[in-house]
Design a protein around this ligand. Structure first.
Ligand SMILES: Nc1ncnc2c1ncn2[C@@H]1O[C@H](COP(=O)(O)OP(=O)(O)OP(=O)(O)O)[C@@H](O)[C@H]1O
Length: 862
C-alpha cells in the first residue's frame, strides 16, 4: 500500500510539473510502474501515423466540404423560411432538445438556428461568404495541397462580410429582412451617428468604388478598356484562378517577382509551394501547384513538338543570307563566286575610305567558299523518351515530409518549403524560421541524406540571391535530356551567340545554352564513366549544327586515341592541322606540343593582323574584312574561330609537363580576343594537373561526378561534385556561380550520322593549316651554313622577291610562321645575298629584282 501511494505521489509531482491535461495517464502509470511510458509513446506514434495517413486528410476535407454545403442550403432556405422560424430560432439552442418544436428550414432546427445566428445576428446575406472558407479548407485538405490559399480567403471573407453587411444594413435599413445582420446594423448605426447620413453614404460608396477600381483597374481615359485588366499582376491572377470566387490573393503578388525572374527558366517547371504557417501545427502545411507548370509547358514543349524532326533548320545569319540571295538572283553562279570571293585589288587607304560605302553591297561572304554546304538536319539526332518531366506526387510528399521531420528532429523549424522538379534532381527550397542558423542546416547534410536514404543530396545554404536554402534530392526516375530537344529549341535556333553550345538543362528545366566565345574557355573534369565524352560530343555537335566550315575550325587532341577519332571524317571541313602532318586528330604527345605552339604562333599572327586593322577583337576584324575594308594583299583574311579540344589533359601533363602547360596557359590568357577558345577535359582534377596558372585562366569550369571532395574543390573551388549522381549530372561554375545541369545526351551513333552527313559533302581541298612550328632548341643548335637551309628557304626567297619587300613580318603572315623562324629565314636570305642587311625599323633592301634572276641565283648557290 505504501509503495503504491509513494508511487502515486511521485507521479503526481511529475504530473503537476508537467501538465494538468495529462492527469489521467500518470495515475494509470502508478498502477503499472514501467508500461505507462511505453504506452504513451506508442499512442503518440499512432497519432502521428494517423496524421500522416492520407485517408485522415480526405475525411477531414470531406467534412469541411459538407459543412460548406450544409451552410449554403441552410442560408438559402432561410431566405424563404425566416418568418416562420423566427420565433423558434430566437429561443436559441434549447429548441434542439425540445421535441415539440419544429422548423421550416430545409435543414431543420439546426439549419434555422445556424442561419438565424449568421444572417440575423451577425452578417446578413454576407454570411454566404463564410461558405467559401469551408469550401477552400475542404478542397485543400482533400487534395493535400494548396489549391487555394486559406489565408487569403480568410482575409477576404472577413473584410467582405464586414463591408457587405454594413453597406446592406445601411442601404436596406427600412427592409423587414435583416440584409446586413446585427453586425452590419451596429456598424452602420455607429457610422450614421458619427458622420451623419451623407457622410456614411459617401464612405460606403467610396468602399464600393475602391473595390471596383482595385479589382478591374479601369482605364478612366478610355472607358472601352473598363473590362480589361491592365496590370500584369492581375492578368496573371485572372488566368491562374479564373474560377476563384474571391478576389486574388496577395500571396501571388508577393511571389510575382521571384516567379517572373524564373519564368523563362520554366520550360517544365513544377513547384509545390508550401507555407508552414505555424510550425507547430502540421495542418497548416499546405501546398500549391502554380499555373506556371502547365502554362510554361505549353510554351516550352508545344513549341518544340511543333518542329518536325525532318524540318530543316537554316542556321545562316539572316544578313549574309539575304545578301547572298540577292546576288544569286542578279548573276550566274560562276560569275557570282568570282565576284564575291575574288580578292579586291590593293588600294590606298584613301581609296578604301572613298569606295567603302559603294562596296558595302558586295560584302565578302566567307560561306560562299563552300556555298553548297548543307547544315546537318535534326533528324540525324535521336529522341530519348518523353521530354516531359515526370513527377511522382508520393515521392515529392515523402521527401518533403522527411525533410521537415529531419529538420524538426534537430529543432529546426521552417516557414516554407517548395519543390522544383528537374530532369535528374528535385530542388527543395526551404525558408527556415526566424533565428535558425544556416550553418546548422549545412552541418546536417549527412543526416538529411541518411534520412532520405538517397545518394546525391546536395545542400546549398543559402541559394545566392534567393534567400532560401536548397536541398537537392535525386529523382527516383530520371529523364534523359536529348540533344535534339536542345537544338530544336527556339533558344538555340534564334541564338545570336558566336559559338553557341547547348550543354543541357538546368534544375528548373531551363535550357542551358551559352556562348563559348564569352566563357571564353572551358575546363571539364569528371571521374571515368561519368559523362565527359558525351559532354564534349554535345559541345562539338552543337557547334557543328550552327557553324559553317568557313567560320569554325577544331583542333582536336586525343591522347586516348579513340574518343575523337570519329571526327576525322570532317577533316577537310572543320579540322585544323599542322602542315606536313597526315592526321588532323593529334594523338602523339610530341605533336601535341608542336600543335599548341603552332596555335600560339597563329594567335600572335592574328594579333598582328588585328593591330594593323585597328580592331580590338576577331568580331570587329571580321566585320571590317567582310565589308572589304581590309586588303588581302597585305595578308588580311577572314579569320575562322578555332576551338581547341583536349580530351584527357592529365595524360599530357604527365608526359610533357611544362612544355604543354606553358602554351596552354598562354593561349588561355590571350587567345580569347583572336577567336581561339580552349576546351580541356581531364579525369584527374588534382592540383598538379590543374595548376594555379591553368585554373586562373579558366573561369568556366564543369565538374561531372568526381571521386572526392578534394577533386571537387580543385575544379570548382567548392565541394559538391563528389555527390553528383553520374550519367551527365554536372555542376558548372560560370562567373562565380555554380549551377547544376543535366548534360544533353548525344550517343556515338548520332555523332556518326552528323559527321557522315557533313563529311560526304564537298569540303576544302585540305584541312585548315596552322603555322609551322619548329622547336626553337633545334633551330638554335643549327648554324647559318647555307648547306643547312631552312626547308622554306626557297619559298621565302620567292615571296620576298615577288613583293620586293624585305620584311620579316611579311614572311610571318604570309607563310604563317612564328617570329623566330621568320627571323632566321631572313638571316639566311641575307647570307645568301638575296636581301640586304637589317635597317632597323625599315624593311631590308631586296637585292634580286626578278624571279628569273632568283632562279639563277639559287642554282648558283646549289
Ligand atoms: N548526359 C547523359 N545522359 C544520360 N546518360 C549519360 C549522359 N552522359 C553519359 N551518360 C552515360 O554514361 C556513360 C559514360 O559516359 P562517357 O563515355 O561520356 O563517360 P566519360 O566520363 O567520358 O568516361 P571516360 O573518361 O572513361 O571516357 C555513357 O555511355 C552513357 O550511358
Amino acid at each position: 500500500m505504501t509503495l503504491v501511494s509513494d508511487a502515486n505521489r511521485i507521479i503526481f509531482a511529475r504530473m503537476t510539473n508537467k501538465s494538468k491535461s495529462k492527469n489521467k495517464k500518470p495515475i494509470a502509470k502508478a498502477k503499472d510502474s514501467t508500461v505507462p511510458f511505453k504506452a504513451e509513446k506508442q499512442e503518440k506514434i499512432q497519432l502521428k501515423q494517423l496524421a500522416k495517413d492520407e485517408r485522415t486528410w480526405k475525411i477531414l476535407g470531406l467534412s469541411f466540404l459538407l459543412i460548406s454545403i450544409f451552410l449554403i442550403i441552410a442560408f438559402v432556405s432561410y431566405f424563404f423560411t425566416w418568418r416562420q422560424d423566427f420565433v423558434q430560432a430566437s429561443r436559441g439552442s434549447e429548441i434542439l432538445t425540445d421535441f415539440d418544436t419544429t422548423a421550416e428550414n430545409l435543414l431543420g432546427k439546426t439549419g434555422a438556428l445556424v442561419s438565424h445566428l449568421f444572417i440575423y445576428k451577425l452578417f446578413g446575406i454576407a454570411s454566404l461568404l463564410i461558405c467559401t472558407f469551408f469550401f477552400v479548407v475542404g478542397v485543400n485538405l482533400m487534395w493535400r495541397r494548396r489549391v487555394f490559399s486559406i489565408w487569403r480567403n480568410l482575409k477576404y471573407v472577413t473584410l467582405g462580410m464586414l463591408a457587405v453587411s454594413t453597406i446592406l444594413a445601411f442601404a436596406l435599413r427600412q427592409s423587414e429582412f435583416s440584409w446586413g445582420g446585427g453586425v452590419g446594423k451596429v456598424i452602420s448605426d455607429w457610422l450614421t451617428a458619427s458622420l451623419g447620413f451623407i457622410g456614411t453614404s459617401a464612405i460606403l460608396l467610396l468602399i464600393v468604388v475602391a473595390y471596383l477600381v482595385w479589382q478591374f483597374n479601369p482605364a478612366f481615359s478610355f472607358p472601352k478598356k473598363l473590362s480589361k485588366s491592365t496590370s500584369p499582376v492581375r492578368e496573371d491572377q485572372n488566368e491562374e484562378k479564373a474560377d476563384l470566387p474571391l478576389p486574388q490573393h496577395d500571396f501571388v503578388k508577393e511571389e510575382e517577382p521571384a516567379d517572373k525572374k524564373m519564368a523563362p527558366l520554366d520550360a517544365a517547371k513544377l513547384i509545390i509551394d508550401e507555407e508552414v504557417e505555424k510550425p507547430k501545427h502540421k495542418l497548416g502545411i499546405i501546398e500549391k501547384e502554380t499555373g506556371i507548370h502547365s502554362k510554361e509547358e505549353e510554351k516550352g514543349f508545344d513549341r518544340i513538338t511543333v518542329l518536325k524532326p525532318e524540318a530543316r533548320i537554316d542556321f545562316e545569319d539572316p544578313a549574309p543570307k539575304t545578301s547572298a540571295k540577292a546576288i544569286n538572283k542578279s548573276a550566274s553562279e560562276d560569275v557570282l563566286k568570282l565576284e564575291i570571293n575574288d580578292v579586291p585589288l590593293p588600294k590606298t587607304e584613301e581609296e578604301e575610305k572613298v569606295s567603302a560605302p559603294a562596296e558595302k553591297t558586295k560584302a565578302y561572304e566567307p560561306t560562299l567558299d563552300l556555298r553548297d554546304y548543307q547544315y546537318p538536319t535534326l533528324d540525324l539526332l535521336a529522341s530519348y523518351g518523353s521530354e516531359k518531366v515526370e513527377h511522382d506526387q508520393n515521392e515529392l510528399e515523402n521527401n518533403k515530409n522527411q525533410i521537415i521531420t529531419t529538420l524538426r528532429n534537430y529543432d529546426i523549424e521552417i516557414q516554407r518549403i517548395s519543390a522544383t522538379i528537374g530532369p535528374t534532381v528535385t530542388l527543395y527550397e526551404i525558408v527556415p524560421a526566424a533565428g535558425v542558423r544556416i550553418s546548422k542546416i549545412k552541418n546536417l547534410e549527412d543526416d538529411i541524406a541518411l534520412s532520405l536514404s538517397a545518394l546525391g543530396i546536395r545542400i546549398i545554404a543559402p541559394i545566392p540571391g534567393r534567400g532560401t536554402i536548397g536541398i537537392e534530392v535525386p529523382n527516383a526516375k530520371k529523364s534523359i535530356v536529348s540533344m535534339k530537344t536542345l537544338l530544336s529549341s527556339d533558344k538555340y535556333q534564334n541564338s545570336t551567340h558566336s559559338l553557341p553550345i547547348a550543354l543541357g538543362k538546368k534544375i528548373d528545366n531551363e535550357l542551358f545554352i551559352v556562348d563559348l566565345a564569352t566563357m571564353p574557355h572551358l575546363l571539364m573534369a569528371g571521374a571515368t564513366g561519368q559523362g565527359k565524352s558525351v559532354g564534349i560530343n554535345a559541345i562539338l555537335v552543337s557547334l557543328l549544327y550552327k557553324k559553317h566550315p568557313s567560320q569554325l575550325k577544331f583542333v582536336l587532341i586525343d591522347p586516348k586515341k579513340v574518343e575523337l577519332s570519329i571526327y576525322s571524317l570532317i577533316e577537310s571541313h572543320f579540322l585544323a592541322k599542322l602542315p606536313n602532318e597526315e592526321e588532323a586528330i593529334i594523338t602523339d604527345t610530341k605533336k601535341v606540343i608542336n600543335t599548341l605552339n603552332a596555335l600560339c604562333i597563329e594567335m600572335d599572327n592574328r594579333y598582328d593582323l588585328l593591330k594593323e586593322a585597328g580592331s580590338r577583337n576577331i568580331k570587329e576584324y571580321n566585320a571590317k574584312f567582310t565589308s572589304r575594308k581590309l586588303n588581302p594583299e597585305k595578308g588580311h583574311q577572314f579569320l575562322p574561330f578555332i576551338v581547341l579540344v583536349v580530351d584527357e589533359f592529365a595524360d599530357l601533363i604527365m608526359t610533357a609537363g611544362k612544355e604543354v602547360e606553358m602554351p596552354i596557359a598562354r593561349l588561355a590568357q590571350l587567345a580569347r580576343a583572336v577567336g581561339i577558345h580552349l576546351i580541356i577535359a581531364t579525369q584527374r582534377p588534382s592540383v598538379n594537373i590543374i595548376t594555379g596558372t591553368i585554373k586562373a585562366n579558366f573561369p568556366a569550369r564543369v565538374a561531372f561526378k568526381v571521386s572526392s571532395k578534394i577533386d571537387s574543390r580543385t575544379i570548382l573551388d567548392a565541394g559538391g561534385a563528389e555527390q553528383l549522381i553520374g550519367k551527365g549530372d554536372m555542376l558548372i561554375s560560370l562567373n562565380g556561380e555554380i549551377a547544376r545541369l543535366q548534360c544533353a545526351f548525344v550517343d556515338t551513333p548520332e555523332v556518326d550520322k552528323v559527321v557522315e552527313f557533313i563529311g560526304y559533302q564537298d569540303g576544302y581541298p585540305q584541312p585548315f593549316l596552322l603555322p609551322e612550328y619548329v622547336d626553337e632548341k633545334e633551330l638554335e643548335s643549327g648554324d647559318f651554313d647555307l648547306g643547312d637551309r631552312d626547308s622554306l628557304f626557297e619559298d621565302a626567297a620567292k615571296l620576298i622577291v615577288a613583293n620586293q619587300i624585305g620584311s620579316t613580318s611579311l614572311l610571318q603572315r604570309r607563310m604563317k610562321l612564328g617570329y623566330n623562324r621568320a627571323g632566321r629565314l631572313m638571316d639566311q636570305l641575307e647570307s645568301a645575298g638575296i636581301v640586304g642587311p637589317n635597317q632597323g625599323s625599315k624593311a631590308r633592301e631586296v637585292l634580286i629584282k626578278t624571279d628569273a634572276d632568283l632562279q639563277q641565283h639559287l642554282e648558283m648557290l646549289g
